[in-house]
Ligand binder design. Structure first.
Ligand code: CMP
Length: 243
């Protein structure tokens, strides 16, 4: 679990308040409700690689990401990993177990150094009950999770490697609202291979072929989508047209 910053036990600096105020989930709260939320929220900074919680843990808090990326993953007893999601700035995680009171559905780890707000379940659940607009946002979030997971299942069952990889790149850029110009995804080839369920070698081969055609550019720890249209066409064409 993340450590709270020293000196912030009873609140946090005004700069942090303004950061929370801009968070998409809390920006529309009325001033009184926002103040209440600020009393509940605790600021935390985490180093890259810090485990936040593990699948099966009891839910204690909700997490709002301010900076950095959190990896949501599952692992098998023989050490294989699958990445379910990468959660970035302006996003929330830990809501599933928080809302249904059951155990955590996956592991969460700081994928980069991270800045987060955490809100204790005992305070958040009554708060969300009193805030219909916020409750609606959480319903939308749960719908988005289901759509994301359905898309993943669809890609795994119906697509070959080029289609799966193209779909993952497009979905990640859309999620991050990277719609103008170059779309840079801070993701390693190892991570993308754990996300689409293919070996790193086959991912690398496909990405290099696309880089040679000018569809993507490969950078250290990042993939830049240069031409989304041909990738989209590949997804829509289905397995037989993959190259
Ligand atoms: P929770 O079950 O509390 O803990 C794991 C969290 O991972 C879960 O809440 C969600 O916030 C988050 N998550 C994001 N994407 C997924 C996904 N595709 N499947 C499961 N959990 C996800």
């Amino acid at each position: 679990m993340p450590q709270n910053d020293k000196g912030e036990a009873r609140g946090f600096a005004s700069s942090k308040l303004s950061v929370l105020r801009k968070h998409p989930y809390f920006a529309d709260l009325e001033p009184a409700a926002f103040e209440q939320l600020c009393r509940y929220a605790k600021h935390a900074t985490l180093k890259r690689g810090t485990p936040i919680f593990a699948k099966g843990d009891p839910p204690t808090s909700l997490f709002a990401v301010i900076e950095g990326t959190v990896k949501i993953s599952i692992s098998s007893p023989d050490g294989r990993n699958a990445i379910l999601n990468l959660i970035g700035p302006g996003e929330i995680f830990g809501e599933i177990a928080l809302l249904d009171g059951q155990e955590r559905s996956a592991d969460a780890t700081a994928n980069t150094s991270c800045e987060l707000f955490t809100i204790d379940r005992r305070e958040f659940v009554p708060f969300v009950r009193s805030q219909p607009t916020l409750a609606m946002k959480f319903i939308e979030l749960l719908c988005a999770r289901l759509r994301w997971t359905s898309d993943q299942v669809e890609q795994v069952i119906l697509q070959d490697l080029p289609g799966r990889l193209a779909s993952a790149l497009l979905r990640l850029t859309e999620r991050r609202k990277l719609t103008e110009g170059e779309r840079t995804l801070a993701i390693t080839q190892q991570e993308i291979s754990e996300m689409v369920g293919m070996t790193r070698e086959s991912i690398n081969k496909q990405l290099r072929a696309w880089a040679a055609r000018g569809l993507v550019r490969l950078e250290h720890g990042a993939i830049v989508v240069l031409k989304p249209e041909p990738l989209q066409a590949l997804v829509e064409a289905g397995p037989e047209d993959g190259d």
